[in-house]
Design a protein around this ligand. Structure first.
Ligand SMILES: [Ca+2]
Ligand SMILES: [Ca+2]
Ligand SMILES: [Ca+2]
Ligand SMILES: [Ca+2]
Length: 294
């Protein structure tokens, strides 16, 4: 894809704080299979400004033990539930390759409590993979990317569903091929709507340094997203560890009063404090951090 110059990018970062004031969760998964507590990370940011500039991030390792033949591919909040999406690494038939796990609260998501799993009847094409999921206030958007690089109009698909039942049961979905031509060395890894903008996340396929591997593209409207119009790119300063990848991006909009933010439970703060206190931040980052640190 065509990236903006560093100068324009810097200007975009300066004004980015004016966009949605909702918190964001950025999800990372370890590339190789590992045990519970060592492979899935939820990173919290208070705002888009913090997300795009990687400021004041808080990491929590999930106790989820992801099956060795599945990977996470999306995360969203729809006002009633948190949805975590898993896809089988190898191609399989309908009802065997895509799972939606729902949690009713953020605490349950973070602590992996009381999750409910649904296998989707979707049969994903052998040459495509899911790369994002979001509720935007009007529809669920499920994003698919072709596994191999292709030209504009042939590699990125947005499938929309009007209701949760339609999403879960794969009913009445409408597909749109995006005109985006994804660079051969990048892939989509997340999609969200924060009440003010759509954010499409791209990660470079190979590991590189901070400022060169993670990009957020923003669109003001659904039409702009679908038609790839007026997008604005910002490279994140995050240096993703060579053995982790981004897997999901979730804006926490209060859907009863958009675009105001969800009020996260104070117990979450306590949980994070307890976690950091128990392990020590240095120890936590040493054990396994999605950030590459010297
Ligand atoms: Ca595992
Ligand atoms: Ca399949
Ligand atoms: Ca391409
Ligand atoms: Ca890196």
């Amino acid at each position: 894809m065509k990236w903006v110059s560093a100068t324009i990018m810097g200007a975009a970062m300066l004004i980015s704080g004016a966009a949605g004031a909702v918190p964001y969760t950025l999800m990372f998964e370890r590339d190789d299979d590992a045990g519970a507590g060592q492979e899935l990370v939820f990173r919290s940011y208070a705002s888009y400004g913090d997300l795009s500039n990687n400021l004041n991030a808080t990491d929590v390792f999930s106790p989820i033990n992801i099956a060795s033949n599945f990977s996470t591919t999306g995360l969203t909040w729809d006002g009633s539930r948190y949805l975590l999406m898993f896809e089988r690494d190898d191609d399989a038939g309908a009802g065997q390759e895509l799972v939606f796990r729902s949690y009713t609260t953020y605490e349950n998501l973070i602590n992996n409590l009381n999750g409910s799993d649904f296998f989707s009847p979707i049969n994903i094409s052998a040459n495509f993979s899911t790369t994002g999921l979001t509720w935007d206030g009007s529809r669920y958007l499920l994003m698919f990317e072709r596994d191999d690089d292709a030209a504009a109009g042939q590699e990125l698909v947005f499938r929309s569903y009007a209701t949760y039942d339609d999403l879960i049961n794969n009913l009445n979905g409408a597909d749109f091929f995006s005109p985006i031509n994804i660079s051969a060395n990048f892939s989509t890894t997340g999609l969200t709507w924060d009440g003010s903008q759509y954010l499409l996340m791209f990660e470079r396929d190979d590991d590189v340094g901070g400022g060169q591997e993670l990009a957020f593209r923003s669109y003001a409207t659904y039409d702009d997203l679908i038609n790839n119009l007026n997008g604005s790119d910002v490279f994140s300063p995050i240096n993703i560890a060579g053995n982790f990848s981004t897997r999901g991006l979730m804006a926490l909009v209060d859907w009863a009063d958009p675009p105001n933010p969800v009020s996260l439970p104070s117990t979450l703060t306590l949980l994070v404090a307890a976690c950091l206190s128990a392990l020590g931040h240095a120890a936590l980052t040493r054990i396994a951090s999605p950030d590459a640190r010297p």
